[in-house]
Design a protein around this ligand. Structure first.
Ligand code: FES
Length: 115
């Protein structure tokens, strides 16, 4: 999932069928690792580097709409990027759309954050 195409603010990252149910995949957009996840509730995209010690969240176990970091099992809410066990830490959460069987992610929310 390293190739992508920018359409407006949306970046096409893969075909929906590339991500099986209850799995995640890592992609890179504008130098940022983004984890794209498929749940029974739909697709989600969050920053893919765990704020604890850098674990790849896209390799974690999905339960409902949460993913557990594969290194130390901290849980991240896929809708918001909040860490369930550490309210001081979070990863960014990005809008996701599926159009014509393709998954698009919008990471422009990061550009709105002042430096
Ligand atoms: S690196 Fe994710 S919980 Fe430790």
């Amino acid at each position: 999932m390293s190739s992508w195409l920018k359409v407006g603010n949306w970046v096409k990252v893969c075909e929906a069928e590339d991500i099986p149910l209850f799995e995640g995949r890592r992609t890179q957009i504008k130098g940022l690792y983004v984890g794209v996840f498929r749940t029974e509730d739909g697709f989600y995209a969050i920053g893919d580097v765990c704020p604890h010690m850098g674990g790849p969240l896209s390799d974690g176990i999905i339960t409902g709409t949460e993913v557990s970091c594969p290194l130390h099992n901290r849980r991240v809410v896929l809708k918001t990027g909040e860490m369930k066990d550490d309210l001081l830490c979070r990863v960014p959460a990005f809008p996701v759309e599926v159009r014509d069987g393709m998954v698009y992610v919008d990471v422009s929310v990061l550009e709105e954050i002042p430096a």
